[in-house]
Design a protein around this ligand. Sequence first.
Ligand code: ATP
Ligand code: MG
Length: 158
Amino acid sequence: ERTDFITYFHHIIDRFEMNIPERITLQRELPKERLYVLIDQDKITQVLDNIISNAIKYSPEGGKITLKVIRQKYQILVAIEDQGMGIAYDKLDKIFERFYRADKARTRKFGGTGLGLAISKELVEAHHGRIWAKSKEGKGTMILFTLPLIGKKRRVTR
Ligand code: ATP
Ligand code: MG
């Protein structure tokens, strides 16, 4: 459905704020204007839940998670950045594959199936968006995705 992504994203973050571990802080960097996208809210909620849960799961004590939306010409760019252990450069693309877990020790320590990001990728692409990751080992991870803005009707001028 037609959704103001900013209001919707605030609600999602509010829900996380209510039961976040005390050692983590969430920081919002969201524009004030409304930005309309055409989304299945349940599905994009699943995407955000997974990305934010990962960020929390892999954050250190006192870690900050920054949640950003940047308006671009025809799309919005959503970025969730943490200060966790990061992901090795050669594994950055693999985390979107089914059942991929970055390393065995991490798997034992944190649990999970390795499906979250693979499902997120399918859902974002079904919305005509893209999803990718940037990371520096030991510094943190940023997961980014795009969603097309609903186009305004073009005014004809002559
Ligand atoms: P599930 O989401 O199914 O419970 P999962 O979280 O392990 O399991 P994904 O969400 O698909 O699976 O993530 C895949 C792998 O990518 C993770 O196992 C982890 O190794 C790595 N990863 C994902 N997000 C982060 C992050 N923010 N920081 C460090 N590593 C991450
Ligand atoms: Mg996950």
